[in-house]
Design a protein around this ligand. Structure first.
Ligand SMILES: [Fe+2]
Ligand SMILES: [Fe+2]
Length: 272
């Protein structure tokens, strides 16, 4: 067994090459989805709803930006050039999410933010951590935000915002599985009891992150017909399921990219 948990005698054992292929193919899907967004349509929102989405998009625009240089350096030190290549492509996808939220703010007639405490705190925390824990934080953030992106995709009261939601949600479904695949490899040799300890600490962090999300984006969630408690619970449920898969420590193998049905469910039934 190799240190990354893959069997050397089985050439069919998947490697991160499947993820490199996915991120490469996804460029075309993303372009097709972006072409469907009616960017030129006038904004249909006014008053408190418009202000709620401005506040929410400003936070996501900041949170999804960043060159990932430190994260990529940690990944390089851990070896596996295929993983590093895939991670680079994931960082680029996150930057494109930030650009989509920027475009959304433009549509809403609002500026971007230069800083926000929750983003600054999250960035400081990530810098101080090792690769596995930083990826766990990615998993936390993506797990707790997924229901919001799906609600944006299906229930936002404006077609451009729905288009942005669909576009982002369609990527995040894959991102969750990508983080799980790397964490699974990273914890393959960790004793079960230690893995349990990591899971417990992550769950506490996830509870905090879910609370920040529902407070920061509460009004936008409400405008999409969601209640804070419902989003908090849904995010935690999703996180616990993903963390279990990441910390399973069982036979090697990868989840790989999501199937079309899962993507369709996350984006409100749009299949590409
Ligand atoms: Fe993202
Ligand atoms: Fe993501």
């Amino acid at each position: 067994m190799s240190p990354d948990g893959a069997s050397r005698d089985n050439p069919r054992t998947p490697t991160f090459a499947i993820w490199v292929g996915h991120f490469r193919d996804n460029l075309e899907t993303q372009a097709a989805m972006e072409r469907e967004i009616p960017w030129g349509a006038p904004c249909t929102l006014a008053g408190p709803d418009r202000a709620a989405f401005v506040r929410s998009f400003q936070r996501f625009e900041l949170g999804e930006d960043g060159d990932g240089a430190r994260l990529l350096a940690k990944a390089r030190r851990a070896g596996d050039p295929e993983y590093v290549e895939a991670l680079q492509m994931l960082v680029a996808e996150e930057q494109r999410h930030s650009a989509l939220f920027r475009r959304g703010l433009d549509h809403l007639g609002a500026p971007t933010l230069s800083a926000h405490w929750s983003d600054a705190a999250f960035t400081q925390l990530r810098r101080a951590l090792g690769l596995r824990t930083e990826l766990a934080l990615f998993l936390v953030a993506e797990s707790v935000a997924t229901d919001y992106f799906t609600a944006l995709a299906t229930r936002a009261p404006d077609p451009v915002l729905r288009g942005i939601g669909r576009r982002v949600a369609s990527d995040e479904v894959h991102h969750l599985r990508f983080q799980v695949d790397r964490l699974h490899v990273g914890f393959a040799d960790t004793p079960r009891v230690v893995r349990g300890g990591f899971g417990a600490v992550w769950t506490v962090v996830a509870a905090g992150a879910a609370t920040v999300l529902v407070v920061d984006h509460g009004r936008a969630l409400h405008a999409c017909g969601l209640r804070r408690r419902q989003v908090w619970l849904g995010g935690m449920r999703r996180f616990v399921a993903q963390a279990r898969a990441a910390l399973a420590g069982d036979a090697p193998g990868m989840l790989g990219p999501a199937l079309a049905d899962e993507v369709a469910a996350a984006t409100g039934g749009t299949r590409h």
